[in-house]
Write a protein that binds this ligand. Structure first.
Ligand code: EPU
Length: 300
């Protein structure tokens, strides 16, 4: 009997992944698993580990590029009630890993709970926002976190404090653990003031980024003290195309995918942009995007 049969009611085989990402490209998952509760997730992680089957969590697909071959393992989606709960205790917010960040940010700001308004318009789930310390010029998620419950790779659920999570520029020390939930500290403030600040941050994003097209946000990290977008722009790469993928005219650190695009088109364009910036500026741009490559090919 196949190892995953005991979870069969929550497992889909050969599940399409591309449509679950903002780029809308990429292959299929060998297995897609939607746990109902934490204990079920822990049990599957243990079995998959015994069988040597790799696991990845897919949030709202806002910052990932999945290769055309898909993922030969288990893709976990935390979209059941147990992982999408939101609770308030005064200005402390508890949220499951599967909670959608954009409505949460808006709702807190409308209630005058200050802290998340700088993340206005930043897509993703709470779990993804913790793993990559989502943010931008107006703030980062990690700075608000009190603690996070993580399913560690050895199977135990651990509560880690902000200091133990090693938040940095678009990174954390979550490693191969799975984020389950978090508690974040907000501050009660004047609702009008918080909402105005939310609106200003969102307006900046709308004015400078191609939000109505298919992209996964910024592709590269900003090198220290510099802007990757400005460098790509100066290299004359706006509009440059590989198949169905092109560099945005509005913000050069965004790659836009057309209906006929493939993940290979995006990867070729990433390589082209890197190569041109390296040649012109002698700077090797690092990916901000999480690329799920076929086994044996990893990029940083
Ligand atoms: N710029 C150009 N040409 C471009 C793009 C930008 O000259 O094509 C210039 C801008 O005029 C500005 C500078 O580069 O002087 C920086 O641009 P911007 O203010 O748009 O900020 P960014 O550093 O490119 C960061 C985050 C974004 C976040 C914004 C706003 C990174 C890699 N990107 O962008 O995050 O939305 O600040 O808070 O840190 C993301 O993470 O996916 C993302 C989009």
């Amino acid at each position: 009997m196949s190892w995953w049969r005991e979870f069969a009611s929550r497992v889909e085989c050969d599940a399409p992944l591309g449509t679950l990402t903002w780029f809308r490209v990429g292959g299929r998952a060998r297995y897609m698993f939607r746990p109902r509760v934490e204990a079920q997730l822990a049990a599957l992680v243990e079995r998959a580990k015994q069988e040597g089957v790799p696991i990845k969590v897919l949030g709202s697909g806002a910052n990932v590029l999945i290769c055309d071959d898909g993922f030969d393992g288990v893709v976990v989606r935390l979209d059941s009630d147990a992982f999408t709960r939101v609770e308030w205790d005064g200005a402390t917010l508890s949220a499951g890993a599967g909670v959608d960040l954009m409505p949460l940010t808006r709702r807190c700001s409308e209630q005058g709970l200050s802290g998340l308004e700088g993340l206005a318009g930043i897509p993703g789930t709470v779990g993804g926002a913790i793993r990559m310390n989502a943010g931008g010029r107006f703030g980062e998620f990690g700075s608000l976190v009190r603690d996070v419950d993580i399913l560690a790779s050895h199977g135990a659920i651990e509560r880690r404090s902000r200091d133990q999570l090693g938040f940095g520029y678009r990174c954390s020390a979550v490693g191969d653990g799975i984020v389950l939930s978090t508690r974040i500290e907000l501050k009660q403030d004047d609702p009008g003031r918080v909402k105005r600040s939310f609106d200003e941050c969102f307006a900046y994003k709308k004015a400078s980024q191609p939000l109505s097209e298919h992209s996964a946000g910024c592709v590269f990290k900003n090198p220290p003290g510099q802007s990757a977008g400005a460098m790509i722009d100066e290299a004359g790469l706006k509009g440059v195309r590989c198949g169905g993928a092109h560099v945005s005219q509005r913000h050069a650190n965004f790659i836009i995918t057309d209906r006929e695009a493939t993940a290979s088109d995006v990867l070729r364009l990433i390589d082209l942009v890197r190569e041109r910036v390296l040649r012109r500026r002698d700077i090797a741009l690092e990916l901000e995007l999480d690329v799920w490559e076929s086994a044996g090919r990893e990029r940083a």
